[in-house]
Ligand binder design. Structure first.
Ligand code: ZN
Ligand code: ZN
Length: 395
């Protein structure tokens, strides 16, 4: 049997175990940097395989080392859940009110445990180290604005890594289909808070003060004009305002307007330009007699999929289940902190179609769920690509 065929056979045999892991994790979700029981399960399973394991990497993360020496190929799974109350009536429903695996990170963790099983049992695993990165807190950053990937990198989890791969389940993509794009596949993300300052005053005497809602009206045009008139139209960018608040009653001009929004881009140069154009647009408030305060929060960088790693993922998928499983990828402006890892070593993340049924079950909603029958395929692809990378990086 060829290696892909062998891996797929073994992964298919693991299906009941993969589902059991996923359901245990799904029933007991933990928020970012609180993945204590999840990490305990991961450590127990890795140690049962004889894999050298480190705990509390990046706060609540776990690193497993299978094999040693160069090359080093890392595979990452995120472990955190979201502050959402599950609405699904399923046997494996979340047992923790208000917390739910609504992005599929339970599946990622189960799949990576499966990869560890597959590669441990593989008789002729290529030389080098496979490093299993069970990452905390992809969905949120801590008080110092660092997410799980950054914390794991700070703790040297990626030291010496020659390549890094990951997958993300996609509840919208047909089950069993796979998509992986070259180059930028998720966005740089920065969020901003703006306080526009005027003086406020009596609604009957607007001429006696500075009305920040009038400044807001001019500013909105300037802000939405950044993407339309200032950014090169061939470059990807988005600026959206999600929240505007001002005032309390009809006859009082507010003294302040609050805005909260997000900016997305692929290229770092565009990210910089968005930041500087935002500041420049805000100067309008001063021209009009008011003032502003800006707080910019730097979010995740854009995810860049290395074309060579992408090619290996496509070849592996084709050899495992046939070329028809590969569907074209569309880049999106969401954000994903795997991008920190794939900036340190050539890497790529692919999307694994896991649509459960006819109902739309979007990520981050109370009815999110996946088709568990895709778990073996995810494990087989990751294991196969890891072997290919080990061989490629060794030569
Ligand atoms: Zn998510
Ligand atoms: Zn996610």
């Amino acid at each position: 049997m060829t290696l892909p065929a062998e891996l797929l056979t073994q992964a298919t045999a693991l299906a009941p175990q993969l589902t059991a892991w996923r359901r245990t994790l799904h029933a007991h979700p933990e928020l970012g940097f609180q993945e204590v029981n999840t990490a305990r399960l991961v450590v127990k399973e890795l140690e049962a395989l004889g894999i050298e394991t480190q705990s509390q990497v990046g706060k609540t993360g776990v690193v497993g080392h299978l094999g040693s020496g160069a090359p080093v190929v890392a595979i990452r799974a995120d472990m955190d859940a979201l502050p959402i109350h599950e609405a699904n009536e399923v046997p494996y429903r979340s047992q923790t009110p208000g917390v739910m695996h609504a992005c599929g990170h339970d599946a990622h963790t189960a799949i990576l445990l499966g990869v560890a099983r597959l590669l441990t049992a593989l008789p002729d695993r290529p030389a080098g180290e496979v490093r299993f990165l069970f990452q905390p807190s992809e969905e949120s950053a801590d008080a110092e604005n660092k997410s799980g990937a950054q914390r794991m990198i700070d703790d040297q989890a990626l030291a010496g890594v020659d390549a890094v791969i990951a997958l993300h389940v996609d509840s919208n993509l047909p089950s069993g289909q796979l998509s992986v794009g070259d180059g930028y596949t998720s966005a740089n993300e920065d969020s901003f808070e703006i306080w526009l300052h005027g003086t406020g005053g009596h609604g009957a005497f607007p001429h006696q003060g500075i009305d920040p809602t009038f400044i807001l009206a001019q500013l909105l045009n300037a802000l939405h004009g950044i993407r339309a008139r200032r950014i090169d139209p061939t470059k990807a960018a988005a600026l959206s305002i999600g929240r505007i608040q001002a005032g309390t009653v009809a006859n009082v001009i507010p003294h302040q307007v609050y805005l909260n929004g997000t900016m997305r881009s692929f290229e770092d140069g565009v990210r910089q330009q968005l930041r500087s154009e935002l500041s420049q647009a805000l100067e309008l408030s001063r021209v009009l007699g008011g003032d502003y305060t800006l707080a910019l929060r730097h979010g995740y960088p854009a995810m860049y999929n290395d074309p060579d790693v992408v090619r290996l993922i496509r070849v592996a998928t084709r050899d495992l289940v046939g070329a028809q499983a590969l569907v074209p990828a569309t880049p999106m402006m969401g954000a994903e902190d795997f991008s920190y890892m794939s900036r340190l070593a050539p890497g790529a993340m692919f999307m694994l179609g896991a649509r459960k049924d006819a109902t739309e079950r979007p990520h981050h909603t109370p009815i999110f769920d996946i088709d568990e029958s895709v778990l073996p395929l995810g494990a087989a692809v990751l294991a196969d690509v890891a072997c290919r990378l080990l061989r490629q990086k060794a030569s």
